[in-house]
Design a protein around this ligand. Structure first.
Ligand code: FES
Length: 241
């Protein structure tokens, strides 16, 4: 069985790490442009929104492999995902309209540890995706956001009150010198820069994922001399402080 078939044949209800993970067909209730991104709103249909930083596998129409997406917002009765249309699968997700429906599996993986005293959200580009849900859970902590262009920076409206920089300025330039508990998501070079400056930061990494629950080994990355499946041990990893 291929990983994609394994994912599709996953039972409707899995118990992963003590949490119920389900695959459901969810109706599209809205699709809204946010700069170059699309905020895709789906009916929740009983799926648990999980913890901020966890992710869901969204099955794009006409594509074999599902796409991993962290939850962006969890309004009552809905799950909302911020999608960057960078390939055929994500473009198909962005083309969905109310009345369409897709299969979604989740929640999956390990999210952010919310037991922090001085939270600071740091995100780059589409790395803003999990942050509105995280900010809501943490009661609106300060946030630093970085984007490639002013058009991409329109996504900052999802996190009102954030400090926003546009390249060539970098979010790492704005990290405070006093101790903070950084929770970050963004491109690997940004995460590596944050990791070097803030030991103990919680970092949400990206990797290609075919199954999302540990079966295909498509998401293996090397971390400090050992190999980890990001979908199971991550996507949020915490370095030793
Ligand atoms: Fe299949 Fe991680 S995506 S093992």
């Amino acid at each position: 069985m291929t990983p994609e078939h394994a994912a599709r044949d996953a039972s409707r209800s899995l118990l992963l790490a003590g949490q119920e993970t389900r695959r459901e067909r969810l109706a599209v209730v809205g699709s809204e442009a946010v700069g170059p991104y699309t905020l895709l709103r789906l009916e929740r249909n009983g799926l648990d929104p999980g913890a901020p930083g966890q992710f869901f596998m969204l099955e794009a129409p006409g594509r074999v492999l599902p796409r991993p997406m962290s939850l962006c917002q969890a309004p009552p009765g809905e799950l909302a995902f911020l999608v960057d249309p960078v390939g055929p699968g994500t473009r198909a997700l962005c083309a969905l309209v109310p009345g369409d429906a897709i299969h979604v599996l989740g929640p999956l993986g390990n999210g952010f540890d919310l037991s922090v005293e001085r939270p600071l959200i740091v995100a780059g580009g589409i790395g803003i995706a999990p942050m509105p849900y995280l900010a809501h859970a943490l009661g609106g902590p300060p946030a630093i956001l970085g984007f490639r262009t002013e058009h991409h920076a329109e996504a900052a409206r999802l996190l009102p009150g954030s400090e926003v920089v546009v390249e060539p300025r970098l979010v790492s330039e704005l990290l405070p010198s006093e101790p903070v508990d950084v929770l970050a998501c963004g491109p690997a070079p940004m995460l590596e820069a944050v990791r070097a400056l803030v030991p103990g930061a919680q970092l949400a990494w990206e990797a290609p994922m075919a199954c999302g629950y540990g079966a295909c080994f498509g998401c293996v990355v090397e971390r400090d001399g050992r190999y980890v499946r990001l979908c199971v041990e991550g996507p949020v990893l915490r370095d030793a402080a």
